[in-house]
Design a protein around this ligand. Structure first.
Ligand code: ATP
Length: 647
């Protein structure tokens, strides 16, 4: 199992990361309820991420110990200079001790550089691991997850939170080790110098712990709130500064209102960050007071010892210098403790995402067919959308809200290989939902879907999806070149194959006419292309994939006659010879289908060819008249079958 991950059975791997292909249910991991155990679990999980780097860590620890050991030596040089070299007028010893001070500084500086290099490598390494795991894990989340979480918020966890967690990997952990080492070395040095004064100086140490405990708690709360608020800000920004969002904002004249909302979110982030800084400063102030107390006590008692000639002035000065070395790490440890509490909150947020387990049950022995026939059977399929609770608010098992009606309710349907099936029905009948079950984006809540006689759940999800093509209403293109967008469907395709697909989709001439041809960057989500062009690019992409099964959600948007006929012809080429499920909006698709499936309230109401269905006085005729009445006058006689249409 990967550190901190909690992946279940895996199918393939990506860079050593198990693949689980899509989440259906949002299972939160059982988390210990009491804070101490929860903290222990978090610490264990964080430690797991550090484990692969233990070799480098050992070296870092060695560097730290060396630097700490070296750091206590200069005060001894000072004591030697003040107590021996100067009073005894030994110039050679004076030079040696002064030179040693410089030498020690150089050596300790060099070790510091090595330590920093290693720490940065380890810190960035852990950051990279976390980021990659989180990304791969999120790739496997269900569609429901992306429907219920704003993309900006997801990005925020992937970027802001992971970056925030890095400070623990680099700063905090090194801080603990180096400060503990300095503390130990200084204590030994102090004790060897003057045990009585050391006990006095150490007496104030517990006082450092209490304020840091209190501030740590506050910091943990504030840190969690800040990250969450930052995610909200980014989520809002992502939506509003997206081309579709900004268009909506302008059309509805909501710029000012949006600016106000943005400012409110930003104020929250500002205030929380200010609070975090102020809390840190209060801690510093309290700790500074405590650290002034120790030297005062030492000078008071030590000064009396000097007067009584029980202690030399040099020893007192060296002792006071070492005392600084004792309190500085103590103060830093207290600060580090507070930082850790803040980082825990951030790690908790990352682990929360990693704990969202992909719920698709994976088969023991996955079927990976080289080719498929395309016979599909939907057998008493019930399906209700899972309502994935947004992470952070709900960590229990997936909630299904009983008041919601299932989207599919005992649906039965049989599709033969090579058949062209047109799905028709009122809005909300479940047409899109039905198509989502085919590539296993969701599993039926009950009942089953089989392909070539095998339950879809028995297939290797990747292998299954490789035989399925999807052309949706809204064509999504990446902000990249047309070539990259096309080859996304089949990265191994040759230039000739790509061009052939584009020719068949009637989009080659258009692309070839662009200044950069296939290397033209299409802009965010393909906004630089017209609706018809985008549709044809997406058809070319599907052609390149050459799937046995095609799911097509015909666009409802009306294109101009030329564009429409180009898309129409491209679609014809795409559909030829494939088993296809088409959410039909075009008259030609409905009329040309081998089987028309009429859906109503999550069930198949009727099925047959146009000629069969139109003779029945049912939902099909009603829908047909509603949707295509305006074009019926242009439809040749065989399609209108001579019957009088209902008005
Ligand atoms: P249209 O023709 O308007 O696209 P449709 O026939 O494709 O409609 P579906 O999108 O399959 O209908 O929706 C079927 C039912 O499932 C509807 O009641 C809808 O509200 C619900 N539904 C669709 N998507 C989700 C979702 N992600 N989460 C919860 N319920 C959903």
């Amino acid at each position: 199992m990967m550190p901190g991950g909690g992946w279940r059975g895996s199918m393939g791997t990506v860079g050593g990361i198990p693949r689980t292909y899509g989440l259906q249910r949002n299972f939160g991991k059982e988390k210990p309820k009491d804070p101490v155990n929860r903290q222990r679990t978090t610490v264990r999980r964080i430690a797991a991420w550090f484990r692969p780097y233990w070799g480098s860590w050992l070296l870092v620890v060695f560097c730290i110990l060396l630097t700490s050991g070296l750091s206590v030596l200069p005060p001894f040089c000072v004591a030697g200079i003040v107590d021996v070299a100067i009073p005894e007028k030994r110039a050679d010893l004076l030079m040696l001790l002064a030179g040693a001070m410089v030498g020690l500084a150089v050596l300790s500086g060099l070790v510091g550089v090595l330590q920093q290099t290693l720490t940065a490598k380890v810190g960035q390494g852990i950051l990279h691991d976390l980021r990659t795991h989180l990304f791969t894990h999120l790739q496997d989340m269900s569609l429901a997850f992306f429907m219920t979480n704003r993309s900006g918020e997801i990005l925020s966890r992937l970027n802001n939170d992971v970056n925030a967690a890095r400070s623990v990997a680099t700063g905090t952990l090194v801080g603990i080790i180096s400060n503990l080492a300095t503390l130990a070395a200084t204590s030994v040095a102090l004790f060897s110098m003057n045990p009585r004064l050391t006990i006095l100086a150490v007496a104030v140490v517990p006082a450092f712990h209490i304020p840091s405990m209190v501030v740590g708690k506050i910091r943990r709360r504030l840190s969690g709130q800040t990250q969450a608020q930052q995610a909200t800000l980014l989520g809002f920004m992502g939506e509003r500064l997206h081309v579709a969002g900004i268009t909506l904002t302008r059309i509805f004249g909501q710029q000012e209102a949006d600016a106000r909302t943005f400012s409110r979110h930003s104020e929250h982030v500002r205030d929380l960050n200010v609070k975090q800084s102020v809390v840190g400063r209060w801690l510093f102030m309290i700790l500074s007071t405590f650290s002034a107390l120790g030297p005062a006590l030492v000078f008071w008692v030590g000064g009396q010892q000097v007067m009584a000639e029980a202690l030399s002035v040099g020893q007192l000065i060296a002792f006071a210098a070492l005392l600084g070395l004792l309190y500085r790490p103590l103060m830093q440890l207290a600060t580090v403790y507070v930082d850790i509490q803040g980082a825990f909150a951030v790690f908790d947020r990352i682990f929360e995402y990693l704990d969202l387990e992909p719920g698709l049950p994976l088969p023991e022995k996955p079927v990976t067919p080289a080719r498929i026939e395309g016979r599909m059977v939907f057998d008493r399929v019930m399906f209700q959308y899972p309502t994935a609770a947004p992470p952070g608010r709900e960590t229990g098992a997936e909630k299904t809200t009983p008041e919601l009606r299932p989207a599919l309710r005992g649906l039965n349907l049989q599709i033969e290989p090579g058949q062209r099936v047109a799905l028709v029905g009122r809005s909300g009948a479940g047409k899109s939902t039905l198509t989502l079950l085919v590539p296993r984006f969701y599993d039926p809540t009950s009942g089953r879907v089989t392909l070539d006689g095998i339950d879809l759940r028995q297939y290797d999800p990747g292998a299954l999806q490789s035989h399925i093509g999807m052309v949706t209403q809204e064509t999504f293109l990446f902000h990249d070149t047309l070539r990259m967008n096309l080859l996304y469907a089949r990265p191994g395709a040759s230039e000739e194959e790509m061009i052939a697909a584009c020719k068949a989709a009637h989009v080659h001439d258009f692309i070839a006419g662009l200044p950069d041809g296939y290397d033209t960057v299409v802009g965010e989500r393909g906004f630089r292309l017209s609706g018809g062009e985008k549709q044809r690019v997406s058809i070319a992409r599907a052609l390149l994939k050459d799937p046995a099964i095609l799911i097509l959600d015909e666009a409802t948007s009306s294109l101009d006659a030329t564009s429409e006929s180009l898309v129409q012809e491209a679609l014809e080429t795409l559909l030829r010879g494939r088993t296809s499920l088409v959410i039909a909006h075009r008259l030609s698709t409905v009329l040309g289908a081998d089987q028309i499936v009429v859906m109503d309230q999550g069930k198949v109401e009727d099925a047959g060819t146009h000629a069969e269905l139109i003779t029945r006085d049912g939902l099909y005729r009603e829908l047909f008249e509603q949707q295509f009445r305006h074009v019926l006058s242009t439809v040749p006689a065989p399609f209108s079958d001579g019957r009088k249409m209902k008005s």
